[in-house]
Ligand binder design. Structure first.
Ligand SMILES: Cc1cc2nc3c(=O)[nH]c(=O)nc-3n(C[C@H](O)[C@H](O)[C@H](O)COP(=O)(O)OP(=O)(O)OC[C@H]3O[C@@H](n4cnc5c(N)ncnc54)[C@H](O)[C@@H]3O)c2cc1C
Length: 436
């Protein structure tokens, strides 16, 4: 059966009401990890859910990322030192963080807010909120695993923050103190203790912190598993279908207009990742967000593989093992919406990996096999989760930057509570859409 054809046939060229029979019809724009998790929780509450996706589920940022669920990431990207680091790296083509100077109003406005947020006081204010949703989401992932089955290589062994030098290690130990105050479990490791965790691969590090609450999944497998589960349960997917506008009656959206017809709905969720500002603009809404490009490459058959996922602190890149598979990835390139791949940046990641793990037998990634994804980055590192005050029935769910996978179940659940007009389990005021 041609599922895509069948799904698209359900969109009439004029109008096709899909709501009514149960709690109401919800249309989600974007089948990234955020859109899928919104669909998961809304379906559970009995809504009729339609997900509209421009490409297939491999199109966005959610498929080829590192797959971490990271309660350890409670410090937002906009943090002290990041601006200086950006400026320092600006001219280096293999650098891990890069903002391409452009004459763009959106970038300038975003940059001003990013700069304003990159200080210790703001981070101290934001970190508890990020921590709340990270831990909330991590707990919900366990329930999802039980519900749909672990067909997505989930492993709960934590994540290593690997440090080359003493200065970085001291900083990580300090972060571990903060993490423990948030109730996270950590283990401080010296050189020999880290090496003992990776007996098959020679390391060249000073030490590490193991964040025990972190876990990892294969993100592509998770998306496939969620989509299959949701399709079986009756969620409608309209793939290769672009949202191009909205029909409104007063301050309510009555239908989502696509390039293949329109879909009437009671509520609209916009989960369009880095394209959030473009889709929101169709409703006259302004969202400050910049795409932050990252790269990854996956080795399929590493004979002596690492056992633990790891973030290489000074290298600003990451590694995720799944049995004999190994993914390496990183970089944050703020250069607008584009798919250009700069192989030198991937080479920078590879060089860092070899520097930290000299015993790892892997070749430099072939240039034509490099994956890239656009992280949706807000100026303050917190996501947008909430209703737009301009409409009765529009919810925004996006801007999860480096932690979109980690925050996806929590976001899906919170969005469902917002739709249900229920008090959410955690305070979401910090994520309000109109905060800039
Ligand atoms: C190298 C790298 C490593 C990362 N590692 C991790 C990690 O380990 N852990 C973690 O938590 N996060 C990680 N991230 C971040 C994470 O991948 C993102 O935060 C997350 O995928 C964002 O999900 P999303 O659903 O908002 O966006 P996306 O996955 O980009 O999905 C948005 C979807 O909307 C669709 N869309 C856009 N416009 C339209 C339209 N007009 N009509 C229809 N559809 C539309 C797009 O096609 C897309 O599929 C990483 C990112 C990168 C780049």
């Amino acid at each position: 059966m041609d599922l895509e054809k069948e799904s698209n046939e359900r969109i009439s060229s004029t109008s096709s009401p899909i709501g009514g029979s149960r709690k109401g019809a919800i249309t989600i724009t974007g089948a990234g990890i955020i859109g899928l998790n919104c669909a998961y929780y809304l379906h559970k509450q009995g809504y009729e859910v339609t997900v509209i996706e421009r490409g297939d589920i491999t199109t966005g940022c959610s498929f080829g990322n590192m797959g971490y669920f990271s309660p350890s990431h409670f410090i937002p990207l906009a943090s002290p030192g990041i601006i200086a680091e950006g400026l320092r790296y600006m001219l280096k083509s293999s650098s891990p963080f890069y903002i391409k100077p452009r004459l763009s109003r959106g970038l300038i406005e975003w940059g001003i807010q990013f700069w304003k947020s990159s200080n210790a006081a703001t981070v101290a204010k934001q970190a508890p909120h990020l921590n709340n949703i990270l831990q909330y989401s991590r707990q919900l992932l366990n329930d999802i695993k039980v519900d749909i089955g672990n067909t997505f290589s989930m492993e709960e062994k934590g994540c290593l923050m690997m440090c080359k030098g003493q200065k970085a290690l001291d900083h990580e130990f300090h972060l571990a103190d903060d993490a423990e105050k948030f109730g996270l479990k950590t283990k401080r490791l010296n050189k020999d203790e880290v090496q003992a965790l990776e007996p098959d691969v020679e390391l060249n590090v000073t030490g590490a912190v193991l964040f025990k609450d972190d876990c990892h999944v294969n993100p592509g497998q998770l998306m496939i598993a969620l989509k299959k589960y949701l399709e079986k349960k009756g969620v409608v997917f309209k793939m290769n279908t672009s949202v191009i506008g909205f029909e409104k009656i007063g301050n309510e959206v009555s239908a989502v207009v696509t390039d293949k017809g329109k879909v009437e709905c009671d509520e609209v969720i916009i989960a369009a990742g880095s394209w959030l500002p473009i889709v929101a603009k169709m409703l006259g809404l302004k969202i400050l967000l910049q795409p932050g490009k990252g790269y990854s490459y996956t080795y399929d058959n590493v004979q002596k593989n690492i056992k633990y996922p790891a973030i290489l602190i000074e290298g600003r890149c990451a590694m995720t093992p799944w049995a004999n598979q190994l993914r390496i990835g990183g970089t944050m390139e703020i250069s607008g919406i584009n798919e250009t791949i700069l192989p030198k940046r991937m080479k920078g990641i590879y060089d860092s990996v070899k520097n930290f793990y000299p015993g790892l037998q892997i070749d430099a990634p072939p240039e034509n096999k490099i994956w890239s994804g656009l992280r949706p980055v807000t100026p303050d590192g917190l996501p947008y989760i909430g209703r737009s005050s301009s409409y009765e029935n529009v919810v925004i769910a996006g801007g999860h930057a480096m932690v979109g996978v980690s925050l996806a179940p929590g976001t899906g659940k919170l969005v469902t509570d917002i739709i249900e007009r229920k008090k959410p389990d955690i305070d979401i005021n910090a994520f309000r859409v109109e905060r800039f």
